[in-house]
Design a protein around this ligand. Sequence first.
Ligand SMILES: [Mg+2]
Length: 231
Amino acid sequence: MIKAVIFDIDNTLLSFDAYVKYAMKNGFEEFGIGPYQESMYPVFHRINLGLWEAIERNEITFEELEKVRWNKVFQALGISADGPAFETYFRDCLFENAIPVEGAADLLQYLQGKYLLFAASNGPYHQQVNRLRIAGMLPFFSQLFISEEMGCSKPSEQFFQMCLLRINQKAGDLIRPEEIMVIGDSITADINGGKQAGMKTCLYNPEKRTVPFDQKPNHEVMSLEEVQTFL
Ligand SMILES: [Mg+2]
């Protein structure tokens, strides 16, 4: 029986994609880069995803991602602009933005009181706390597990072991890994990480990405509303 739920933040509770489009549209104008076009977002998405996967494989750090991300995007778009300066704008703007994923607030409301709720993220600490606060989601969580503060990141074993330890410091009864469900959009960070720690997993997969057979989660949903059918 599930007793605790760990939510991923970006693109599970808060829409990072919607934010990026917003920041590109406004930022390109502000930086005199020229008009933003819909076809530009997929370029950012591909480069950003590649960099985050490199972080998950411990090949680069988040600080390194910040240095190269927008230079790579601008280069791929054939735009001449200052990548690190745009990164600063992008990050400042993100700090104050929290666009909820459809159904996220309703789901938290539904789960509240039934389960202990936690949120886990590889993003920067103050930024993620602030964004959950703006979205009105912060009060739902017993505790946040943010990599910057934990000193390790998803999907490492150390990260999920630390989550388990902290959850049990909060809980009255002992909670075993299989009584915890991880809900997230990343097959690498959330699903593989949770599975390796012996936890149950739910993949939020609105884009219907193909999941490799050996990485199947316990549940797969295309909308957050569907989570209510098994929790
Ligand atoms: Mg995510």
